[in-house]
Design a protein around this ligand. Structure first.
Ligand SMILES: Cc1cc2nc3c(=O)[nH]c(=O)nc-3n(C[C@H](O)[C@H](O)[C@H](O)COP(=O)(O)OP(=O)(O)OC[C@H]3O[C@@H](n4cnc5c(N)ncnc54)[C@H](O)[C@@H]3O)c2cc1C
Length: 458
């Protein structure tokens, strides 16, 4: 008994330490962003950026430069957050990284445009031109200012298409393709910072400060978003091995390859998948592993739109590109001794793979919510795994009621789990439903940090 208890306790302590380290990384990243912004402004002031200021226009000009500096730092941070750098993914998790990327990205673009408006208005007043004439005069300062105007146009297009009204009307692929303009915008905006801003033209510490930061953020993006997926084709040779239709309408796809252990994937994680079939090669979709990774990777996909429906047409031998593994919906995030896995619909995929990695004797409860047995993907597998590992399974089958359970069985975590305060609760399913489960878990005494959610949409 004691020989199994001791490693379990050590494991728990390890996970708690890792979790604490993760929040250090998250706070550290945010602190680094603000420190970089403050340093950027300090370097501007140190290089005489406000020494000349005597009139309100001069002060406005200096403020315009400061806005540009903060915008540049936020832009770097959002490029870094979207670059799939493994330490960022491990520290904050992909969905949170993307959420912060979206928030900071919008602020960065707005500040960038404020910077452009102030610099244009004040320079126009210094040179005795109209604002419109100043816009057309910028390219006369050098090619880098023309490039900066192209960048501003790209940012405006991205900002407008990110508005909820446009985004909800557009298919994901079209929105995503236009969104990529942000990176073109960044590439076109950077030269004017080095060649026009007097702080940087002079070289020295300010120049190195910005050169290092931009190299880190753009370099991470190029390395992890562009080079790594291509390198992996050669290294792992990922290929569809089998395509199996399931009774509930989902499809399970098994992908084989070489040295898959080097991907360091964990049960519960997901990859961004690009199947190089004629139908799907232009699309990339996130799918969670529906089995613990080993010498194969396995996903199970429920048809919703074009991409997920076309998965059933894949044929063995189709080449596959992946980005990832991504996400922190894994055993590594656990900080309590007991585990509760709650899933609805196709949300069972990461739960199924996490269950596979549980040890017999682990205190595990699995709760599956579906309309009927026939509509619950992978249910037989979950029941078999639960039996083998001694886990308790609660099936909540039936139509929607007032709570996250069914009309007949309005479930609550405190009824289904013996000691919720000692458990980590992992929830995966439709957003609204998952929010209700999370609120119920909180009310049952589960610590906020022990509630983990994976959302199948960003
Ligand atoms: C982390 C994560 C894990 C997921 N795991 C699974 C899984 O195991 N099994 C499963 O069946 N489904 C999973 N999904 C959902 C799956 O990715 C979408 O159903 C699929 O991408 C929809 O594409 P579509 O072309 O069929 O539909 P569309 O009609 O094109 O898209 C429907 C909605 O899906 C979302 N979406 C589409 N493409 C993407 C994309 N490339 N990236 C992010 N969101 C996108 C958008 O919100 C879109 O509005 C997961 C989603 C996420 C975010």
């Amino acid at each position: 008994m004691s020989s199994t208890r001791q490693p379990a306790l050590t494991l728990l302590e390890d996970r708690r330490r890792r979790s604490a380290r993760r929040s250090w990384w998250t706070d550290g990243l945010e602190a680094a962003v603000w420190l970089a912004a403050v340093t950027g402004i300090a370097l501007m002031i140190a290089s005489g950026g406000v020494a000349y200021a005597t009139s309100p226009a001069d002060w406005l000009y200096a403020a315009g430069r400061a806005f540009g500096i903060v915008a540049a730092v936020l832009m770097m941070a959002q490029v870094l957050l979207a670059s799939r750098v493994p330490w960022v993914e491990r520290a904050i998790g992909h969905d949170r990284a993307i959420a912060v990327h979206t928030r900071w990205g919008k602020v960065a673009i707005v500040l960038m445009l404020v910077h452009l408006a102030i610099m244009t208005t004040v320079t126009a007043s210094y040179d005795g031109r109209s604002v419109g004439a100043q816009v057309f005069a910028w390219p006369e300062y050098g090619w880098w200012m023309l490039a900066a105007l192209v960048a501003a146009t790209a940012f405006i297009v991205v900002l407008v298409t990110s508005l909820t009204a446009v985004r909800l009307r557009w298919p994901y692929e079209r929105w995503h393709a236009v969104h990529m303009l942000v990176y073109i915008g960044v590439a076109f905006a950077v030269p004017h910072q080095f060649l026009e801003g007097s702080t940087f033209r002079a070289g020295g510490i300010a120049w190195w400060f910005w050169a290092v930061l931009w190299t880190l953020s753009i370099g991470s993006f190029v390395l992890f978003r562009l080079i790594r997926p291509v390198v992996r084709i050669g290294r792992h040779g990922l290929m569809v091995e089998s395509v199996t239709p399931l009774a509930d309408g989902s499809t399970t796809v098994t992908v084989a390859g070489r040295n898959l252990d080097r991907l360091k994937a964990q049960p519960g994680q997901f990859f961004l998948w690009r199947f190089l079939s004629p139908e799907l090669r232009t699309q990339q979709h996130p799918y969670s592993l529906s089995a613990a990774p080993g010498d194969r990777l396995r996903i199970t996909v429920k048809p919703s739109g074009f991409g997920s429906t076309a998965v059933k047409n894949l044929t063995p031998g189709t080449r596959v590109m992946v980005e990832g593994p991504l996400g922190i919906f894994t055993h590594q995030s656990r900080t309590r001794s007991a585990l509760v896995l709650v899933a609805a619909g196709i949300g069972v995929t990461p739960v199924r793979s996490m269950l596979e990695e549980c040890e017999p004797g682990d205190d595990v409860t699995v709760i599956v919510r579906a309309r009927s047995r026939d509509e619950a993907p992978l249910l037989d597998e979950i029941e078999d795994l639960a039996t083998a590992r001694g886990a308790t399974v609660h099936l909540l089958l039936g139509s929607r009621g007032q709570t996250w359970g069914t009309r007949e069985n309005p479930a609550s975590i405190s009824d289904l789990v013996a000691s919720p305060q000692d458990a980590d609760v992992y929830i995966c399913g439709p957003r609204g439903w998952a929010q209700v489960v999370a609120a119920d878990a909180l009310a049952a005494g589960v610590a906020p940090a022990a509630i983990h959610r994976e959302e199948f949409g960003w």
